[in-house]
Design a protein around this ligand. Structure first.
Ligand SMILES: NC(=O)c1ccc[n+]([C@@H]2O[C@H](COP(=O)([O-])OP(=O)(O)OC[C@H]3O[C@@H](n4cnc5c(N)ncnc54)[C@H](OP(=O)(O)O)[C@@H]3O)[C@@H](O)[C@H]2O)c1
Length: 270
């Protein structure tokens, strides 16, 4: 990604920044000029990401965070204010929950874990970010959903319910604060190469890529670029929007082959 200065002088928090898209986005926010406060449960991992950002010349601070916990969210925002004096942008990216399984096989406690991280975590994040942004003269919040919050996805009941909940919360927060200088938007990626797809291997990556009209999986920096843009004044009249970052998946289906009227289709191996 090209370095830019669209967030010069601004302060951003990233919840769920110890790896994957959150870590890459924290780097991108810092490269765009923001001082970044990174939160996650794995203290060592999140401190390493912050150290890497500082090594690259950015300003970064790591704070232990459990997004489902009230006091932890309050502390997270207070640390940003104490260290950098203001809050302009937030990326609520954390997720956790059950392994994929048919709905009736999901353990209720595991379902609750998914909802706690995604829905309660995003609610609590915004609950403490918003007053800090109001005191700073406004700001921009970007929440993390998924294409699986716009559409159903077999085996992902807690995840789909959680991500659909985040999209709903985003719309309400956007409306509540639209006339007070705070914009709230949500990104909805399709398959992105992070450690989950890396661990699943080349065949899983190939099939995930084929599921998109662009016929490829996305990269974390492609999500990060959209988040930086939504955090910046370059998107100043945009609020309440759900932005798919999905190689065209949300637009509809693009079959590998289409039959032509009156012409039998030959069988082809996948
Ligand atoms: N990768 C994809 O294909 C894809 C597609 C669509 C949407 N997404 C969404 O994008 C986001 C990032 O995805 P990813 O692949 O980078 O996931 P990931 O590697 O599993 O990262 C999840 C992050 O959330 C943090 N986290 C989990 N529970 C937390 C809690 N209770 N409190 C604070 N932090 C917590 C994790 O850190 P700790 O474990 O250290 O707390 C980690 O930093 C997720 O919201 C995911 O649903 C991903």
């Amino acid at each position: 990604m090209q370095p830019n200065s669209s967030l010069s002088g601004k302060v951003a928090v990233v919840a769920g920044a110890s790896r994957g898209i959150g870590a890459v986005t924290a780097h991108a926010l810092a490269r765009a000029g923001a001082a970044v406060v990174l939160g996650a449960r794995d203290k060592q991992a999140v401190e390493q990401v912050a150290a890497d950002i500082r090594f690259d010349g950015g300003q970064a601070l790591a704070v232990p965070l459990d997004v489902g916990d009230v006091a932890s969210n309050e502390r997270f925002v207070r640390q940003a204010l104490d260290s950098f004096g203001r809050l302009d942008a937030a990326f609520n990216n954390a997720t956790d929950g059950p392994m994929p399984a048919p709905l009736a096989d999901i353990d209720p406690d595991e379902f609750d874990r998914g909802i706690r991280t995604n829905v309660r975590g995003t609610f609590l994040g915004m609950k403490y970010q918003i007053p800090a942004m109001l005191a700073s003269g406004g700001g921009s919040i970007v929440n993390m959903a998924s294409l699986a919050g716009i559409q159903g996805h077999s085996g992902l009941s807690a995840y789909v319910a959680g991500k659909a909940g985040i999209i709903g919360l985003t719309k309400v927060a956007a409306l509540d604060y639209a006339d007070q200088g705070i914009r709230v938007n949500v990104v909805a990626p399709g398959p992105i190469l992070t450690h989950h797809l890396e661990a699943a291997g080349a065949e899983a990556q190939r099939l995930a890529g084929l599921s998109t009209p662009m016929r490829r999986i996305g990269r974390s920096d492609e999500v990060a670029a959209a988040v930086v843009w939504l955090c910046s004044d370059q998107s100043s009249f945009i609020t309440g929007v759900t932005l798919p970052i999905d190689g065209g998946q949300a637009a509809g289906s693009k079959p590998q082959r289409m039959y032509r009227q009156g012409e039998p289709m030959e069988r082809q191996e996948a």
